[in-house]
Every structure is written in structure tokens, then in C-alpha cells.
Design a protein around this ligand. Structure first.
Ligand SMILES: [Zn+2]
Ligand SMILES: [Zn+2]
Length: 227
């Protein structure tokens, strides 16, 4: 990837935020999960509640780090509606089709304000591997407001790594769609290989470049929603 200036980097953030805000990716579903600042956490049976709380704590830390206060987390546990959504998103090999799962969350009546629902994001912790991808621990969509965890085998026991993965996915859900190394050369920022936004999640913290991207994405949202 060629180098770019800091201005271009920050312009890309605000430009993408505007694109998401206006729903140009999908006019039927503009990105609005965040309007009530509510994030619901669900987990399958077999996932200890302590793991859900660990993920919540990591996501809260990420929000603090990005100066985005005021999001409320709700622990919903193994609510039947989401367990059904998981069942529908399972393949014959017991893998989770995270794209399909995120789509059903986006369109569910629980989010539909005209139907008595309320906009929110969903964090869903499963015991299944992601479809065709047994290496990834989770996936996230900023546009749909969904994070899916794939905590099969002994993954629920690796708390340190899980914390870093949760912070990483939260950054994706907050609008940072790239990994840090995909834009290594941004003038005005030092490249930090320990940034949490590498695929390997070896570090816990965001580099300034990634943090700024998220910060300015939400500044743009605040501006647009005050218009
Ligand atoms: Zn970074
Ligand atoms: Zn990632």
C-alpha cells in the first residue's frame, strides 16, 4: 500500500463515516445500531458468564481508549431468540455463518422501532467455529452492529488472548475496517507493530493512527446527527 498523508487518513475516516451514516451501502438499513448507545451481549450454553463479562470489560476499555463514553451494555445470556438465530446460521458442519447471523440480527424485530423494538448492537458468543475459517476467533461488522465470537474447543479458557480479541473486534465494530498493517505508511504516524489492530492481536492497545481513525469517525457521526 502506498503512503498517504495524515490529512488523507482522517479524511478517509470522516468520508467513510458519512457513507455509513447515510446508508449508502444499503439504503434499507442505514447504520443506526448506535443511536440508543445500547449493546446487548448473548452467549450460548457452555460459555461461562465470566467470559461474557470479560468481553464486556474489554469492549468498555476500547470505548474509553477511543473517548467514546456512555454506551450501555446489557447481559442477556442465552436468550431463546438469539439461540434460534444461531441455529439458523449453523452449517451442516456445525460452523457458524457469521454473515448470515449478522444479517438476521440487522433485520430482527427486536431492532425495529416501528415494531416495538429498539436499535442496539449485538455481541454473540458461540462455541462454534466460523464458517470456512477455524483460525479466526471472531468477526465484526460496523454497518450491522454485530460481533460474533467463535469460541470452540478450549478458547474460553485463554482469557488474556480473548481480551485482546474482544478489543480488536470492538474497534472493527466502531468503524475501523482495516488492519493496522494494511496502511503502514501514513505520514505523521509511527507504525507500531504492537498495535491491537493486527490480525494476530499480539498487543492490547491501539496505535495513535488507528485510534484517530475511530475518534474522527465518531466525531463525524456526532456532527451529522446534530444537523
Ligand atoms: Zn494501528
Ligand atoms: Zn481484524
Amino acid at each position: 500500500m502506498d503512503s498517504m498523508t495524515k490529512d488523507t487518513w482522517l479524511y478517509t475516516s470522516t468520508h467513510n463515516a458519512k457513507w455509513a451514516y447515510e446508508g449508502r451501502h444499503n439504503p434499507q438499513f442505514p447504520m443506526c445500531w448506535w443511536i440508543n448507545k445500547e449493546i446487548r451481549i448473548f452467549w450460548e450454553k457452555g460459555v461461562p458468564e465470566a467470559v461474557a463479562r470479560l468481553i464486556e470489560g474489554a469492549c468498555r476499555d476500547r470505548l474509553r481508549e477511543c473517548e467514546l463514553p456512555g454506551m450501555e451494555f446489557q447481559l442477556w445470556g442465552s436468550h431463546s431468540s438469539v439461540m434460534e438465530q444461531i441455529q439458523r446460521a449453523l452449517t451442516n458442519n456445525d460452523e457458524i455463518d457469521d454473515e448470515l447471523l449478522a444479517d438476521t440480527c440487522l433485520k430482527e424485530s427486536w431492532r425495529d422501532e416501528s415494531n416495538g423494538g429498539r436499535q442496539h448492537a449485538d455481541i454473540i458468543i458461540t462455541r462454534h467455529p466460523l464458517i470456512n475459517d477455524h483460525a479466526s476467533w471472531a468477526s465484526a461488522s460496523a454497518l450491522k452492529g454485530v460481533i460474533t465470537f467463535a469460541l470452540h474447543s478450549d478458547r474460553i479458557d485463554d482469557h488474556d488472548f480473548l481480551r485482546r480479541v474482544a478489543k480488536h473486534e470492538m474497534a472493527h465494530m466502531l468503524g475501523l475496517m482495516w488492519h493496522c498493517n494494511e496502511h503502514k505508511n501514513v505520514e505523521g504516524y509511527d507504525y507500531n507493530p504492537q498495535c491491537n489492530l493486527h490480525w494476530e492481536c499480539s498487543g492490547e492497545h491501539l496505535c495513535l493512527k488507528c485510534r484517530d481513525f475511530i475518534f474522527w469517525w465518531w466525531e463525524q457521526f456526532k456532527y451529522l446527527s446534530s444537523q
